[in-house]
Design a protein around this ligand. Structure first.
Ligand code: ATP
Length: 586
C-alpha cells in the first residue's frame, strides 16, 4: 500500500500574504485525492509543503510517521525518495534530452546498467505517448509534451506517494482523459497514494476517491467523493458547476478581503442526481473512472469499505471560523534582515560542507570555471590597465609633491596588488559571472527545476552551488594574478614613460618596501571575495520570487549585495592585515 500523509494544523504565509491556515487532513494510503480551489488559493504551495519544498510557519506533515517540517534536510532528502512529483510545467532539466530527464533518477539512485535504464525509460515514455520524442530537448517540445515527460520521470522510480500539480494544464481534452486513465492504471498497478491538484471539474468528479477544496485561506471541505459531490456547500457547488454567480468572485484577493460569512441559506439541492446552480446543471455523482485494462484497484475497494463503515467522513469548515482574521504576525524588518543574513550564512556553511561530500561534480565545476573566466577576463583586463595607470599617475603626482618620487613604484604596486586588483577582479566576476549564475539558478528556481532536484533526493547545494562557488574562487585567484600583473605594468608604463620616473627607482622601491605577504594578501582576498560573489549569486538565485521580474530582482540584488559586502570585508581584512603584519622598513 502507498505511503501515508498526515497533515496537522498547517499554516503558510509569504510576507504579508496569508496563503492558508490550520489545514488538517489525511491522504488515505493508496487512494487518489484531488485538491481543488480557485486560482491563487495556494494549491501548489500546499503540494510543495507536503514534500518539504516550502516551509510552513506552523503545523506538521507526517510522511510515514516522520514530520517533514521539522526533519533535517538530509532526512528530508531521504524521505523524498518515496515521492514522485509532477510539477505544473513538468520541471524538466533544460539542458538534458527527454530521455536523459526520465533516466536521471535511475542513474542517480540505482545501479542499473544502461540497457536496463533504457528498458525502464522507454516503458514509461511509452505509457505517456512520447516514444520517438526522446532525443528532443525540453525547449523543442510542446507544453503538453513537457508535462507528459515530467509524468514519466515522476513514475520512473515507482514512488509510494505521487503528487501531481494540474495534470491537465497544456493538454487538450482528449489527452486529459487519456492522462486521467493513465493515473487510474498507475494507481491500480502500484497502489501509490496520489494527490492531484486541479481546476478541471471533470477530472475532479471522475478521477479521485476523495476531494478537498481550498478557499479564502482555508480548507473548506475534505472527504470522500461520494459525500463531497453531494454537498450543498455554496462554494463547492459553485466551483463544481463553474457558475459565475456565487461566493467565488473573479479575484482571489477580493474574496479574501470580504468579511461577510459564506451564506448557506436557500441553496438546498442535495439528494437529487442533478445540481442546478444559476443557469447551469450538472450530474452530481458521475461514475468514477476504472482501469480500462480490467485491473482491480485495491484502494477503491478499501475506500468503499471505509465509506460504508462510516470511517470516511466529510469535514466541512465552520463558516464562522472561515471569516475570522487569523493573520500570522509578520516579523519586524530587523528580524527579517537577520533571517536573510542567517540564511546566507547557512548557505555559505552548507557550501563548505558539501564541497567535501561525494560525488563531486567535476564536469560541472570545469564548465562553470570556463564560463566565469570567459565572461570576466576581457572586462577585467580592460579595467586593470586604466586603473593601474590612474593609481600610478595619482601616486606619482603625490610623491613628487612631498619629494618622495622614488617610492612611486612601491606605493602603486602595493595599491594595485593588495587593494585594486582583488576588488576589481571580484567586481567583474560578480557583475559578469555572478549575475549570469544568479539568473541561471533563478530561472531554474521559477521553472521548479531546483525543487525537482530536491524531490529526486539530490542536494542543489552539492550539485549546483559548490561547482559555481569553486569556479568563482578559482577564477578570482587566477584573474587576480593576471590583473595584478597588467595593473603593475600599466603603472610602470605611465610612471616611467609619462611622468619621467626611472625604471630603476620604480623597481627598487618596490623590492625595498614590498614583501611576499603583500602578494599573498591579494590572493587571500581574491579567494574570500570570489567565495562571497559565488555564494551570494547562488543564494539570490535559489531564493528568486516567481516570474521573470523575480529573476531580474534577484540578479540586481545579488550584484548590489556582493558589491557592498566586498567593500566592507575588504576594509576589515585590510585593517586586520595592517594590525597583524608589521610593515617592511617600518
Ligand atoms: N515563492 C513564493 N513567494 C511569494 N509568494 C508566492 C510564492 N509561491 C506562491 N506564492 C503566492 O502564493 C499564492 C498561491 O499560489 P499557488 O501557486 O499555490 O496558487 P494555486 O492555487 O496553485 O493557483 P493556480 O491554480 O493559479 O496555479 C499566490 O498568490 C502566489 O503569488
Amino acid at each position: 500500500m502507498g505511503g501515508s500523509v498526515e497533515v496537522i494544523g498547517l499554516s503558510k504565509t509569504y510576507g504579508r500574504q496569508n496563503i492558508w491556515h490550520d489545514v488538517t487532513l489525511t491522504l488515505p494510503p493508496g487512494e487518489i485525492t484531488a485538491m481543488m480551489g480557485p486560482s491563487g488559493t495556494g494549491k501548489s504551495v500546499f503540494l510543495k509543503s507536503l514534500i518539504g519544498l516550502t516551509k510552513p510557519e506552523q503545523g506538521q506533515v507526517f510522511i510515514d510517521g516522520v514530520d517533514m517540517v521539522s526533519a533535517r534536510e538530509s532526512r528530508r532528502l531521504e524521505l523524498r525518495k518515496k515521492f514522485g512529483v509532477l510539477f505544473q510545467d513538468g520541471a524538466l532539466f533544460g539542458s538534458m534530452s527527454v530521455y536523459d530527464n526520465v533516466a536521471f533518477p535511475l542513474r542517480e539512485h540505482t545501479k542499473f546498467k544502461e540497457t536496463k535504464v533504457r528498458d525502464v525509460v522507454m516503458e514509461k515514455l511509452g505509457m505517456v505517448g512520447l516514444v520517438g520524442q526522446e532525443h528532443k530537448l525540453p525547449g523543442e517540445i510542446s507544453g503538453g509534451m513537457k508535462k507528459r515527460a515530467g509524468l514519466a520521470r515522476s513514475l520512473v522510480m515507482d514512488p509510494e506517494i505521487i503528487l501531481i500539480d494540474e495534470p491537465d494544464s497544456g493538454l487538450d481534452p482528449v489527452r486529459t482523459s487519456n492522462l486521467a486513465e493513465l493515473l487510474i492504471e498507475v494507481n491500480a498497478a502500484t497502489d501509490a497514494t496520489m494527490l492531484v491538484v486541479t481546476h478541471n471539474i471533470e477530472l475532479a468528479r471522475t478521477l479521485p476517491d476523495n476531494l478537498g477544496m481550498l478557499y479564502r485561506r482555508e480548507l473548506v471541505m475534505f472527504g470522500p467523493r461520494e459525500e463531497f459531490l453531494m454537498t450543498d456547500h455554496p462554494v463547492v457547488s459553485q466551483f463544481m458547476s463553474g457558475d459565475p454567480d456565487g461566493p467565488i468572485g473573479m479575484s482571489e484577493e477580493a474574496d479574501h478581503k470580504r468579511s461577510d460569512p459564506v451564506s448557506y441559506e436557500g441553496v438546498g439541492y442535495p439528494g437529487s442526481t442533478m445540481v442546478h446552480t444559476g443557469a447551469r446543471a450538472i450530474e452530481v455523482l458521475p461514475r468514477q473512472l476504472a482501469p480500462r485494462s480490467g485491473a482491480v484497484r485495491a484502494s477503491a475497494e478499501r475506500h468503499r469499505d471505509r465509506v460504508s463503515a462510516g470511517a470516511a467522513t466529510l469535514y466541512v469548515a465552520d463558516d464562522e471560523e472561515s471569516d475570522r482574521a487569523r493573520a500570522i504576525p509578520k516579523p519586524s524588518l530587523p528580524i527579517r534582515a537577520l533571517d536573510g543574513t542567517g540564511s546566507l550564512f547557512a548557505l555559505a556553511l552548507d557550501t563548505v560542507r558539501a564541497t567535501f561530500r561525494r560525488p563531486f561534480s567535476w564536469t560541472e565545476t570545469l564548465q562553470q570555471f570556463w564560463f566565469v573566466v570567459s565572461v570576466s577576463w576581457v572586462p577585467a583586463m580592460l579595467i586593470s590597465i586604466p586603473l593601474g595607470a590612474v593609481i600610478a599617475l595619482q601616486l606619482g603626482t603625490l610623491t613628487k609633491q612631498i619629494g618622495a618620487q622614488s617610492f612611486t613604484g612601491a606605493a602603486s604596486v602595493l595599491a594595485v596588488v593588495q587593494q585594486a586588483s582583488p576588488i576589481v577582479t571580484t567586481l567583474v566576476i560578480a557583475g559578469a559571472g555572478g549575475a549570469a549564475i544568479c539568473a541561471e539558478i533563478g530561472a531554474r528556481t521559477i521553472r521548479d527545476e531546483i525543487d525537482a532536484m530536491r524531490v529526486m533526493g539530490l542536494d542543489p547545494v552539492q550539485r549546483l552551488v559548490v561547482p559555481r562557488v569553486i569556479a568563482c574562487v578559482v577564477a578570482a585567484v587566477l584573474l587576480n594574478g593576471l590583473v595584478s600583473v597588467v595593473g603593475v605594468l600599466g603603472g610602470y608604463f605611465f610612471n616611467v614613460v609619462l611622468q619621467g620616473g626611472t625604471p630603476g627607482a620604480y623597481l627598487s622601491s618596490f623590492t625595498a618596501l614590498a614583501q611576499i605577504s603583500d602578494l599573498w594578501v591579494g590572493e587571500i582576498k581574491a579567494v574570500i571575495f570570489g567565495f562571497l560573489a559565488g555564494v551570494i549569486a547562488c543564494y539570490r538565485g535559489l531564493n528568486t520570487a516567481p516570474g521573470p521580474k523575480g529573476v531580474g530582482d534577484s540578479v540586481n540584488q545579488s550584484v548590489v549585495i556582493t558589491f557592498l559586502m566586498l567593500f566592507f570585508v575588504n576594509f576589515v581584512l585590510t585593517a586586520l592585515y595592517l594590525t597583524l603584519v608589521p610593515m617592511k622598513g617600518a
